[in-house]
Design a protein around this ligand. Structure first.
Ligand SMILES: [Ca+2]
Ligand SMILES: [Ca+2]
Ligand SMILES: [Ca+2]
Ligand SMILES: [Ca+2]
Length: 315
């Protein structure tokens, strides 16, 4: 049995400190993580934003396959959710390999793309076409085609048990006639983590995602935006092991976004330094532990913390 998606919710926080806060990079503001943090704060603190689904799907909302966006830019935040049982076969539950989940797998939802659920405050919300997914593990929100309206980029894992079936990553772009779904370029992989941000410094939002074809090793997918939401595709092989979940932040304040990646085999973190032209160079592993990391985040912390991390970065 191959490895699978991560089921434990563990958020790993990188603590970085910079005394020159007034000169701190703004390149971080181009990322999907900047937008995600803003939306999560709104959902958490404002009345009426939390989804209030009725019926059985309330219990099927996936803690992993979800995203927040203001689709249509109408001021209503919208949440998109996959199902908590879409990754599992009944056999694997019987094997006890996923003891944290109480639901049996869903044969239909675990093998074929199915309509993801949208929760919106807007009573007239129009369901975007082309939003059937199978294990949309990471859903990134940013404006990729420069019209000021949120779009979605989605890593697709595919089926998560034998017979495994890889999948192509997808994108959902705003248009005058509603949303338009398409595949991102590149072949089918088992795709997992991703981040969006301006990695080549030309003002538009690019995408990096990771995937594997053998569950042991895989490239970073790099999608360079032409400014209109059309992407050129490149693969970069930097990692010693399968990159699991990643985030984009400028960690060393050189105005180039860097990748902070959870490394599946190591159960730790690795840095890939951004060169500002869409390419990256591998840095040192930061540490390893036994946790399953399902999200990587970043906050500036104490100067001591920064110094410690810095010495690891450059060791
Ligand atoms: Ca909306
Ligand atoms: Ca857009
Ligand atoms: Ca760019
Ligand atoms: Ca950097």
């Amino acid at each position: 049995m191959g490895p699978s998606l991560k089921y434990f919710i563990t958020v790993l926080l990188l603590l970085i400190f910079n005394t020159n806060v007034f000169y701190a990079s703004n390149i971080n503001n181009t990322t999907s993580f900047f937008k995600q943090e803003k939306y999560r704060c709104e959902v958490a603190t404002k009345d009426g934003f939390k989804p209030y689904p009725l019926g059985i799907d309330h219990f099927r909302m996936s803690p992993l396959h979800n995203g927040i966006a203001d689709l249509y830019d109408d001021g209503y935040l919208d949440m998109i959710f996959g199902a908590s049982d879409e990754t599992f076969s009944i056999d694997r539950i019987v094997e006890g390999s996923h003891p944290t989940f109480v639901y049996e797998g869903n044969e239909e939802r675990s093998r074929r793309p199915f309509q993801y659920a949208f929760y919106s405050q807007d009573d007239n919300f129009k369901l975007p076409k082309g939003t059937k997914y199978l294990n949309a593990r990471t859903i990134l929100t940013q404006d990729f085609n420069g019209d000021g309206i949120d779009d979605l980029a989605v890593t697709i894992w595919g089926t998560d048990y034998e017979p495994y079936t890889p999948a192509r990553n997808e994108i959902l772009l705003s248009s005058p006639n509603g949303y338009r779904a398409d595949y991102l370029p590149g072949p089918a992989y088992f795709n997992h983590g991703g981040g969006a941000g301006d990695i080549d410094g030309d003002g538009d939002v690019d995408i990096v995602m990771d995937g594997s074809i053998n569950f042991n090793y895989g490239p970073i997918h790099v999608y360079i935006n032409d400014g209109s939401g059309n992407f050129s595709y490149n693969q970069i092989n930097l990692n010693k092991a399968y990159t699991d979940i990643l985030a984009l932040y400028d960690l060393d304040d050189d105005e180039n976004l860097d990748i902070v990646a959870a490394v599946e085999k190591h159960k730790g973190l690795q840095i890939f330094w951004g060169k500002g032209n869409g390419y990256f160079t591998p840095g040192a592993d930061i540490f390893s532990d036994d946790d399953w990391i399902s999200e990587v985040s970043y906050k500036r912390g104490s100067k001591d913390t920064y110094t410690r991390f810095k010495s690891w970065f450059f060791s």
